[in-house]
Unconditional design. Structure first.
Lengths: 112, 115
């Protein structure tokens, strides 16, 4: 199974500052079709997860451009610029290169 | 618009069986696969299994193999998760999510298993 390791597991950020979350995969997520099947999700307490980025860097509808997904192969990064109070919650990476689907452990972001 | 609407919360005794439904609207269920994900209280997301809603092929998480069955009913545009021999470790919110992007999620079905 593909293991995804997120770091850090928690972050405390000053509003207006930038931060980033790393997601490392135990194997390359590049498919033979040329796509890389790494996704980012955001979950607020008591709510369902919502898609932020698909295939590393493709922004889902409605996601502010303060958010950026990047990376390739086995190393991926979610960057949040100008953090706002509404960004508080847990961020997960996930792979759909193969079954079983696997998630990172989650990174909890709060505001200082 | 696309929606996945799940059945309501359940309280079960240990050893009982569970069925959760996930009704798709705004698209034809069989045009996308479906995964199920669960989240125990205070924990992260755990993948439960996947179904090819077109041909019924399935794949399950190793730790649930033998207890879980996923099915899809094209006539009602609804997918189902069946979980047997429940234990307290199965207490979680269960979500269905549209493959491959998990771009749409059900609202979640809270399940409590009491021992």
């Amino acid at each position: 199974d593909i293991v995804l390791t997120q770091t850090p597991l928690s972050l405390s950020v000053t509003p207006g500052q930038s931060t980033s979350i790393s997601c490392r995969s135990s194997q390359s997520l590049l498919h033979s079709d040329g796509n890389t099947y790494l996704y980012w999700y955001f979950q607020k307490p008591g709510q369902r997860p919502q898609l932020l980025f698909y295939e590393v860097s493709l922004r889902s509808s409605g996601v502010p451009d303060r958010f950026r997904g990047s990376g390739s192969g086995t190393h991926f990064t979610l960057t949040i610029s100008r953090v706002e109070a509404e960004d508080v919650g847990v961020y997960y990476c996930m792979q759909t290169l193969e079954l079983p689907r696997t998630f990172g452990q989650g990174t909890k972001v709060d505001i200082k | 618009q696309v929606q996945l609407v799940q059945s309501g919360g359940e309280i079960k005794n240990a050893g009982a069986s569970l069925r959760v439904s996930c009704k798709a609207s705004g698209y034809i269920l069989t045009t996308y696969g479906l995964s199920w994900v669960r989240q125990a209280p205070g924990q992260g997301l755990e993948w439960v299994g996947w179904i090819d809603t077109n041909n019924g092929d399935t794949r399950y998480a190793k730790n649930l193999q033998g207890r879980v069955t996923l099915t899809a009913d094209r006539s009602t545009n609804t997918a189902y998760l069946d979980l047997r021999s429940l234990t307290s470790d199965d207490t979680a919110v269960y979500y269905c999510a549209r493959e491959r992007r998990f771009d749409y999620w059900g609202q979640g079905t809270p399940v409590t298993v009491s021992s």
